[in-house]
Design a binder for this molecule. Structure first.
Ligand SMILES: [Zn+2]
Length: 256
């Protein structure tokens, strides 16, 4: 309670200062979806960005320098996801780590027969539930420059954040009602299975094949298509589009 009061007070102070014009310029340059927003959505995005930039702890890795441009580009792309929600600045997320480009991470994988493989993998980003979000600047920048290729690593990792808010990394973010859970399970399971089947038959798919990895990746990949290619997604599957629209409380396919 006291913490919420203190946080609201601090946010009021942050928002008492208008967003600098050169921040708006950077956002326009590096968050291409901004051009699709209404004036009201844009004003809300600016506020969320101001809070996000100030409240998160930013750390550059492998010698990478965190600049104003880096913070604004990540904040601008991430806050797009929040525009349908009454109040959301990814409050549980404290730290964002940024690498200059693809980075190598040590990992251990347990397969279905219980064998643990340890090795390394090249990554563009990762999200650790309640922990930090790790991103690579090269792919963040590309994601903001190409608005309609269906790929956006920031959207992807922050969709994982929502998925893990309930501490279950299972492709189902917290929803508002039993009906929404029923719909989510029905539609997302059918669409996931359809993607897996299309790939097994060697078909080219609208949804990025990485979405077939597991239901958590499916939700994150579908979120990328939802924000980057909303009209194509609605054409591909109205059910899938409507389910994400209901969750994000946004309708980007209807934007002018
Ligand atoms: Zn992922």
């Amino acid at each position: 309670m006291l913490f919420t009061w203190w946080r609201n007070r601090r946010r009021k102070k942050i928002l008492a200062v208008p967003i600098p014009d050169h921040w708006k310029t950077i956002l326009d340059q590096n968050v291409s979806q901004l051009s699709q927003l209404t004036a009201q959505q844009r004003a809300l995005l600016y506020q969320r960005v101001q809070i996000f930039v100030k409240e998160k702890y930013w750390e550059g890795c492998n010698g990478f320098q965190i600049t104003e441009e880096v913070k604004l580009t990540i904040a601008g792309q991430a806050c797009l996801l929040t525009l349908g929600f009454a109040s959301d600045c990814f409050d549980r997320l404290k730290t964002i780590l940024v690498y200059p480009d693809t980075y190598v991470a040590k990992e251990s994988l347990l397969n279905s027969i219980g064998v643990l493989t340890e090795g390394t993998s090249f990554r563009l980003g990762e999200s650790w539930g309640q922990g930090p979000i790790v991103l690579s600047w090269e792919s963040i920048y590309e994601g903001g420059q190409t608005p309609d290729d269906g790929r956006n690593v920031v959207v992807h990792e922050f969709a994982h954040y929502y998925d893990a808010v309930d501490r279950q990394f299972d492709g189902t973010p917290p929803l508002n009602s039993a009906e929404e859970y029923e719909r989510w399970n029905r539609v997302m399971t059918a669409e996931y299975q359809s993607l897996v089947a299309q790939l097994q038959h060697g078909h080219t798919t609208f949804i990025d094949p990485y979405g077939a990895t597991n239901p958590a990746e499916f939700f994150a990949v579908c979120s990328e298509h939802f924000f980057e290619q909303p009209r194509q997604m609605r054409e591909y599957s109205e059910d899938l589009y409507e389910t994400l629209k209901l969750f994000y409380q946004q309708d980007p396919a209807s934007a002018v």
